[in-house]
Design a protein around this ligand. Sequence first.
Ligand code: 5GP
Length: 180
Amino acid sequence: MKNDLDNLQLKTIITEKEIQKRIKEIATALTDKFQKKSLVAVCVLKGSFIFFSDLIRQIDCDMTCEFIGLSSYQNHHQSSGEVKMTLDLNTAIEGKHVLLVEDIIDTGLTMNYLQEILQPRKPKSITTVTLLHKPDAKKVDCKIDQVGFKIPNDFVVGYGLDYQNYYRHLPYIARVENLN
Ligand code: 5GP
């Protein structure tokens, strides 16, 4: 396994400083939106755990945190096209303002699936935020309210995003140069 990783070439495309600056801007907009409201912030596991942690600490409003687990990548770096729930929310969201925090929107299937399963639970509102968005990879429409960075249709790792579960800890986003 490690030999595989040794051969991967990574090229930083978004630095730690750029990520942190953008998070402050997004958090300011969300603080304005949810001022005097109570919010359920939902971390979409696994990829968004770092973005989620940095983002929620900059949002100033009443907030509870929830976690939902979804998986769509079975083939290491290609979407299987099938989204599965691996962990459900712990509490009801009926009548609540919900903030869905995603790491990346690629085909849109995951975000679309999330909205379809959460909408019937009758939240008061659903706001969606993603750190990264690959507009060229879109297969289905989904509502995206806040985007950190639009990126080309390349496979990226770091800041929560993995390749075979590695690289999540990198504080920056890097493109993998030599995947086939
Ligand atoms: P979608 O359902 O929009 O195609 O993909 C969403 C999920 O696929 C993300 O939450 C993420 O886990 C994974 N994904 C999509 N693109 C990438 C990528 O470039 N790198 C990594 N590591 N995961 C990705």
